[in-house]
Design a binder for this molecule. Structure first.
Ligand code: NAP
Length: 251
């Protein structure tokens, strides 16, 4: 069984690997054997140091994921450096909180560009490489708001609902090339993204009271799902959105 999850020598590209869930997943994939390209808009020395301490290789690629102009170069640089691209984790994402009656066009465009448009075009560029290679894995980071409405985060809900749809569509079209496209829907994970909620005494109590596991998640909680969806253990899993939520959706 152990071999099913072995990722020795695989090349993984993880966006937003500096902090939070992306860092946890990048480190988990390296623990399973991957060399990693970490793409983001600020250096990620802690991620790099940890991955290199495991004897794996790490490459930082500087990119603003709210724009699409460097996406092809990111994929080309990955292939030029490591020779291939086996696993793409579309993790970089932002959230903007504002009442729906006030919600600004900027808060709409910034979130949709980063969470949805760049996710699609990076997946497309990666899938072209994976098709030529004979296969690959794309893992999108969805959300509870791929299933639910949420409050005060309309562009985020729109983008994460789109991530669920894009995941299923790409799974349908790419399965024949041995490319599996799936998503992880994290529940409430303690990161920069949820800092405002954790600090809000009313919302943090409301949220915690609905989590059967009785605790907020941590980035480490996502490692197992990511390794599963990146490995041959999931070769017949297509278009699935795997909730890692301490039971939130079951409540
Ligand atoms: P986070 O720590 O804020 O991580 C977001 C990552 O995306 C950071 O590394 C950030 O880089 C990067 N990023 C943001 N904008 C970028 C841009 N324009 N260009 C390049 N990189 C950019 O929060 P997180 O919770 O780990 O979020 C990671 C993903 O999980 C997001 O897609 C989020 O929507 C999703 N998610 C989170 C939760 C949760 O409860 N935390 C639940 C469901 C889904 P910098 O830090 O350098 O800005």
């Amino acid at each position: 069984m152990t071999n099913l999850f072995n990722l020795d020598g695989k090349i993984a590209l993880v966006t937003g690997a500096r902090t939070g869930i992306g860092r946890g997943i990048a480190e988990g994939l390296a623990e399973a054997g991957c060399n990693v390209v970490g793409a983001g808009h600020a250096e990620m020395p802690e991620t790099k140091q940890y991955i290199e301490s495991l004897g794996r290789k790490f490459l930082y690629y500087d990119i603003d994921m709210s724009k699409q102009d460097k996406i092809q170069d990111l994929v080309d640089t990955t292939v030029k450096t490591f020779g291939r691209l086996d696993i793409l984790v579309n993790n970089a994402g932002i959230i903007r909180r504002e009442d729906v009656l006030e919600f600004s066009e900027k808060n709409w465009d910034d979130v949709i560009n980063t969470n949805q448009k760049s996710l699609f075009f990076l997946s497309q560029a990666a899938a072209r490489v994976m098709k030529a290679q004979g296969g690959g894995k794309i893992i999108n980071i969805a959300s509870m708001l791929s299933f639910q409405g949420g409050i005060r985060v309309v562009s985020y809900t729109a983008s994460k609902s789109a991530v669920a749809g894009i995941t299923k569509l790409m799974a349908n079209e790419l399965a024949k090339y041995n490319i599996q496209v799936n998503a992880i829907a994290p529940g409430y994970i303690a990161t920069n993204n949820t800092d405002a909620l954790i600090k809000d005494p009313k919302r943090s109590v409301e949220i915690l009271s609905r989590i059967p596991a009785d605790r907020w998640g941590t980035p480490e909680d996502l490692k197992g799902a990511a390794v599963f969806l990146a490995s041959q253990a999931s070769n017949y899993v297509n278009g699935h959105i795997l909730a890692v939520d301490g039971g939130w959706l079951a409540r």
